[in-house]
Design a protein around this ligand. Structure first.
Ligand SMILES: CC(C)(COP(=O)(O)OP(=O)(O)OC[C@H]1O[C@@H](n2cnc3c(N)ncnc32)[C@H](O)[C@@H]1OP(=O)(O)O)[C@@H](O)C(=O)NCCC(=O)NCCS
Length: 379
């Protein structure tokens, strides 16, 4: 493709922006370092997938035990960060993603490896951030709920501990596994907007915490990670519409007439469906069926929305659509859905930031100028 043709691609659609060995995203498959996503969701744990992404290979038993030990050792966050959480989490304009971004940025100052881009130092920082982010999310939710802070529980695995710290309630094995699988599904997705943001920052030889803070800001938007929250808010809106006598069909007819973007649908790369969506939808629905009709209701509405989108627009749901319904059924507050996405994607971001640093060239594309022709200030 010529340079001119590339510039004409709006939103860089279809443009290859570099090489990566971390992940393969295409219509047919989604691979993390060669392993297919359904295989990982069925047979791996989040800790194993995190190691795979960060180190590059599946861990053996000793490597996994050491990695889990290291995650456990770094779950606590500095008291100063808890103070920042107390100052920010209940501010009326503070979305949890903003609070999380501030805390990640602030934690850089306490990290002994902060300024280093040495591979060993970056692996240590990535492991620490992977361990600490669930604690930030958990403590933040405790503060929002006006509850005492729930300390990490070393007897719980990564996903179960995240849910426990947020709620103060130990999750069932099924609940822990659903969160674990959602973290696996969210862990990595090649040059998506937030990962690319992180790589652009890393490409200036800036540090990992800074690159991750930038990636968090990119993920927050509803066209990217924020879609899981927006999808659930849309389902709640449909539920209220039904309560007032409307139907899902009526809602969708109006949405199409208004040319509204339906959250949790569509994807820049996947045009025939997102490999992750069906996996999470099946887990979420099975769990909802055990909880009863009030929980199943969301999946029934969701099925109708999906059918109408497919029949009338040929647009498939992405992973954020079932995520919204699943996290809602688990009782997770909606504004924490995208922060939980961060708790997973930190591993993919870190893998890309390390890959960028280890084979770096500044990322600096061209802009096609559309402004006025040259003119004189004192004409
Ligand atoms: C993900 C997304 C940003 C991809 O955008 P994109 O690659 O630029 O796709 P486009 O906006 O060019 O979409 C192509 C067509 O499908 C339509 N479309 C895409 N997603 C849609 C959606 N969620 N609802 C309604 N229409 C949608 C567009 O309006 C466009 O129609 P047109 O050709 O008649 O103008 C987009 O699908 C979207 O906004 N989805 C909702 C947010 C979301 O779920 N994000 C999470 C992504 S994992």
């Amino acid at each position: 493709m010529s340079a001119t043709a590339e510039l004409k691609s709006s939103g860089l659609e279809g443009v290859s922006a570099g090489k990566s060995a971390v992940c393969c995203v295409d219509q047919g498959t989604l691979l993390y370092r060669g392993y297919e996503i359904a295989d990982l969701a069925k047979n791996a744990t989040f800790e194993e997938v995190a190691y795979l992404l960060l180190v590059g290979e599946k861990p053996n038993a000793t490597q996994l035990a050491n990695f889990k030990k290291s995650l456990l050792a770094h779950r606590e966050i500095p008291d100063d960060v808890v103070d920042i959480l107390r100052q920010t989490a209940t501010q009326p304009n503070a979305h949890p993603m903003d609070v999380l971004r501030t805390c990640i940025s602030y934690m850089a100052h306490f990290d002994p490896d902060c300024q280093s881009i040495d591979p060993e130092a970056e692996l240590r920082k990535s492991t620490r951030l992977t361990a600490q982010i669930p604690t930030i999310i958990g403590h933040m939710q405790n503060i929002i709920d006006g509850r005492d802070i729930v300390k990490p529980d070393p007897s719980l695995d990564h996903a179960a501990n995240l849910l426990y710290m947020m709620t103060g309630r130990k999750p069932s094995a099924e609940e822990a596994r659903i969160i674990d699988v959602s973290l696996i599904l969210y862990a990595e997705h090649d040059f998506n907007a937030s990962t690319f943001t992180g790589r652009v920052i890393a490409g200036t030889l800036s540090d990992l915490h800074g690159a991750v803070a930038g990636a968090v800001a990119a993920l927050k938007g509803p066209l990217h990670g924020g879609a899981n929250e927006a999808a659930m808010e849309m389902l709640k809106e449909i539920d209220q519409f039904i309560a007032k006598g409307g139907t899902v069909d009526d809602f969708m007819t109006r949405a199409f007439a208004e040319k509204r973007k339906l959250m949790g649908f569509g994807h820049r790369v996947y045009k025939n469906g997102d490999h992750r969506a069906g996996i999470l939808n099946a887990l979420g629905r099975a769990y909802a069926e055990k909880k009863g009709p009030d929980a199943v209701k969301w999946f029934d509405i969701g099925d109708k929305v999906q059918k109408i989108m497919l029949d009338q627009k040929n647009i498939f749901p992405n992973v954020d659509f079932p995520c919204g319904m699943t996290y809602f059924t688990l009782g997770i507050p909606v504004p924490q859905y995208t922060p939980i996405f961060v708790a997973a994607r930190i591993t993919g971001w870190a893998a890309h930031i390390m890959e960028q640093h280890q084979n770096n060239r500044l990322i600096r594309p061209l802009a096609e100028y559309t402004g006025p022709a040259q003119r004189k200030w004192n004409a």
